[in-house]
Design a protein around this ligand. Structure first.
Ligand SMILES: Nc1ncnc2c1ncn2[C@@H]1O[C@H](COP(=O)(O)OP(=O)(O)O)[C@@H](O)[C@H]1O
Ligand SMILES: [Mg+2]
Length: 260
């Protein structure tokens, strides 16, 4: 079933009727999902439901076998992943290219400066010797916001797994796309770090009007973050709408939340 969604603004992302096969196995069955500007839309569902496949379809990692994807009022269904990135579709692992020899702070400086070059339409032929005014303050906010302050001067290759995830998230945020897709951003974090990461995502969304499409297992994080919630099950959308309404949906309780 489909619950009514709180949609007022024209959607930033509108995926309609997506179909994806891996060989003969159909993994996405007529999946539709909207993300409004500035909202966090969280996709949940059991392992194997098709969440990561949906993200890859939206980011353009492979062509879909059916359906249409519109972003920022343009049809991007046939565009390559890098072309979608240019239009503002952000995805953590594509942008989070961590340079191991550089420190945590230096990695973030590179990300912030890359964004500034892009938004100013520079040719990218010149490299700044010293960071732009404002970059260091922004990097400091990102570091502090993600609890990476004490790691600022450590080479990135020496960071723990959890800290690398935080740095990836910080780098995605630094690039400020229109939509950020995060596939299980808090996986492997302690409960305290999870809460902090969720707060940072929420703050960034509010401060910059960024839209997020996320998957997440931790229900505390889900209900703390989501303006909209979609449940995937066996590659189909079984419910989508306001989080509280989705949570109380009997089908959802039966197939998913009831198991937790
Ligand atoms: N590259 C692939 N080739 C074949 N099957 C795949 C591939 N990637 C995922 N699958 C299958 O597609 C289904 C959906 O997977 P996935 O999108 O990763 O689900 P989720 O992210 O919700 O756990 C699963 O049955 C999985 O085994
Ligand atoms: Mg997955």
């Amino acid at each position: 079933m489909s619950l009514s969604a709180p949609s007022s603004a024209a959607p930033l992302l509108a995926a309609r009727g997506l179909v994806k096969f891996y060989g003969k196995t159909q993994v996405l069955h007529d999946v539709s999902i909207d993300v409004a500007p500035g909202e966090a839309h969280v996709v949940i569902g059991p392992n194997g439901a098709g969440k990561t496949t949906l993200f890859k379809a939206v980011s353009g990692e492979f062509p879909v076998d059916g359906g249409e994807i519109r972003f920022d009022d343009g049809n991007v269904t046939k565009l390559a992943g890098w072309q979608r990135v240019r239009r503002g579709v952000g995805r953590s692992f594509q942008v989070a290219r961590i340079f191991g020899e550089m420190t945590t702070a230096e990695n973030l400086i590179v990300a912030v400066e890359a964004r500034e070059r892009r938004t100013r339409g520079g040719f990218g032929l010149t490299f700044r010797i010293s960071p732009r005014h404002g970059t260091l303050a922004e990097v400091r906010r990102l570091l502090d916001g993600l609890g990476l302050g004490p790691r600022a001067d450590d080479p990135a290759k020496l960071l723990s797994h959890g800290d690398k995830k935080r740095l990836e998230l910080a780098m995605s945020l630094a690039l400020r796309p229109k939509l950020i897709m995060l596939d299980e951003p808090t996986a492997g974090m302690s409960p305290g770090d999870r809460t902090a990461a969720a707060e940072l995502i929420d703050e960034t969304r509010r401060a910059h009007g960024l839209a997020f499409l996320l998957t997440e297992h931790d229900m505390g994080v889900v209900f703390g973050l989501a303006q909209r919630l979609t449940v995937l099950h066996h590659g189909r959308v079984i419910a989508s709408g306001e989080p509280a309404a989705v949570r109380d949906d009997p089908t959802v309780k039966e197939v998913y939340l009831g198991h937790g």
